[in-house]
Design a protein around this ligand. Structure first.
Ligand code: FAD
Length: 439
């Protein structure tokens, strides 16, 4: 497998017999690639593998800027790689994308999780489903996915070039592209280019895309935890609540799910979901914003008032701080009660009306201030990127620059945590590969 290191090394150029022919070949420009895939991550590999299979005899290569391919796959899902999600209805699936749902709805009719599962199975990788729908390789190791991709690339003889950062891209009068790589003296030519570079945050390619008039949606982080310093949660790191509703103050809708108290504030599925849906609004305030936690979303305020009355009646002698309302964890309950100025020794039967109202508010409308964000260690993504309106989602081709294709996270598409981001990479990769192969 050719590994680029400084000088381009196309096998077909260097394999000629005689010295004269060899020198002539050395001096000749290599013929254009049929497809140059920029980025050796999830979507780049998937695009190249599918293209090579569909377009036998065509020349495709992957160019990766770093020293390692598939780095994010390696660390994904805590090293287990949450490959996709067991949601096989495109309409339901699309609901998990704060940005790109409309475009992906159509795209999922071409390639959805069932296709991903079947594709991996073809190559001996069996995916299993966890109770929450997340799908992982049976081995519980991201290495299984990496090995599968590298084996396939070897079998399909796709040249893989690491340490090849693309730094310039321009159109040729002939219709193809001239590609400049930081480590190569001469540009390369390709008939089609697939940008699979992942997040464009800080990328030198932003300027290049601007020169091509390719519109870019502002880049902001998504899937992050909230930094919160508050006596109600200090020293409670590790405490988990199975079901809360959380929303930005003054905004709807709330996101539901488990919540985890961390050393820095709040994390867990409900928080990550809110960070994704409100990613842009939160970025506008530099991730400083008030938000509301409903610790008992299953109980409407009137039902909670009735619950108070029932406890007062049946367990009136019990101390409030010792009788948490399920499912609020005990240590968190104690803090909530204390935050309402209810003395430790107050029994339910002696809860004053005003304190009862304070407890109701503290349970249903707990206000906190986020003072920044912390990246979620299991998964984070960039929202924003190549403007969706400037892409034809039947082909993933730029509407502005024919021959230029986009796949994966570089597009203004992002999903919730749970395997949805990789699924977007597989789906867009499949569509691009098929379209380029059918040209
Ligand atoms: C810690 C973490 C865990 C995650 N876990 C999951 C998970 O379990 N499930 C899930 O669905 N999603 C997960 N994600 C999100 C998922 O990894 C991404 O959505 C996905 O990797 C996007 O694939 P991609 O190919 O578009 O981009 P990437 O995987 O980021 O690949 C892009 C590649 O392009 C290269 N590149 C960039 N610029 C250039 C250039 N100029 N020239 C050449 N190469 C370039 C980069 O070095 C990189 O290798 C996780 C993300 C993180 C950060």
């Amino acid at each position: 497998m050719p590994i680029g290191s400084g000088k381009m090394n196309f096998n077909f150029v260097l394999s000629s017999g005689t010295r004269r022919a060899h020198l002539a070949a050395m001096n000749a420009r290599p013929p254009p690639l049929d497809l140059a895939v920029i980025g050796g991550g999830a979507s780049g590999f998937f695009t190249a593998l599918q293209y090579a299979e569909l377009a036998a005899g065509k020349r495709v290569a992957i160019f990766e800027k770093s020293a390692h391919f598939l780095q994010k796959v390696r660390i994904s899902g805590g090293g287990r790689c949450n490959v996709t999600h067991a949601c096989f209805d495109p309409r339901e699936l699309a609901k998990n994308y704060p940005r790109g749902a409309r475009e992906l709805l159509g795209a999922f009719h071409h390639w959805q999780p069932a296709d991903t599962v079947a594709w991996f199975k073809r190559f001996g990788v069996i995916l299993k489903t966890e109770p929450d729908g997340r799908m992982f390789p049976n081995s519980d190791s991201a290495q299984t996915i990496i090995r599968c991709f590298l084996d396939r690339a070897g079998k399909l003889k796709i040249p893989l070039y690491q340490n090849h950062p693309l730094i310039g891209i321009s159109r040729l009068a002939s219709g193809g592209f001239s590609l400049r790589f930081a480590n190569l003296a001469d540009p390369l030519e390709a008939r089609a280019v697939c940008l699979a570079t992942g997040s464009l945050n800080g990328s030198p390619l932003l300027q290049q895309l601007g020169d091509l008039d390719q519109p870019i949606a502002a880049l902001v982080p998504s899937l992050f935890a909230f930094n919160v310093s508050d006596p109600r949660i200090s020293d409670l790191a590790g405490v988990a609540h199975p079901q809360v509703a959380v929303r930005r103050a003054g905004c709807k809708p709330a996101q539901h799910g488990p919540l985890l108290i961390t050393h820095r504030g709040f994390s867990g599925p409900a928080i990550l979901r809110l960070s994704a849906w409100d990613a842009r609004a939160m970025a506008e305030t530099n991730h400083h914003f008030p938000f509301i936690v409903d610790w008992l979303p299953e109980l409407k305020p009137a039902a909670l008032v009735a619950r108070f009355a029932e406890i007062r009646h049946s367990q009136g002698a019990k101390l409030i701080r010792n009788t948490p309302i399920a499912p609020i964890p005990r240590r968190l309950w104690e803090r909530i009660v204390a935050s309402c100025d209810i003395a430790d020794l107050t029994p339910w039967g002696q809860l004053p009306k005003a304190a009862s109202q304070r407890l109701l508010d503290a349970l249903k409308l707990a206000r906190f201030e986020a003072t920044g964000k912390t990246t979620n260690k299991d998964e984070f993504v960039t929202a924003g990127g190549i403007d969706r309106d400037a892409i034809d989602f039947q082909t993933m081709q730029s509407r502005v620059t024919p021959g230029l294709y986009f796949t994966g996270e570089c597009i203004d598409i992002d999903g919730l945590t749970g395997g949805f981001n990789f699924q977007a990479a597989w789906t867009t990769g499949h569509i691009a590969a098929t379209a380029i192969a059918n040209q």
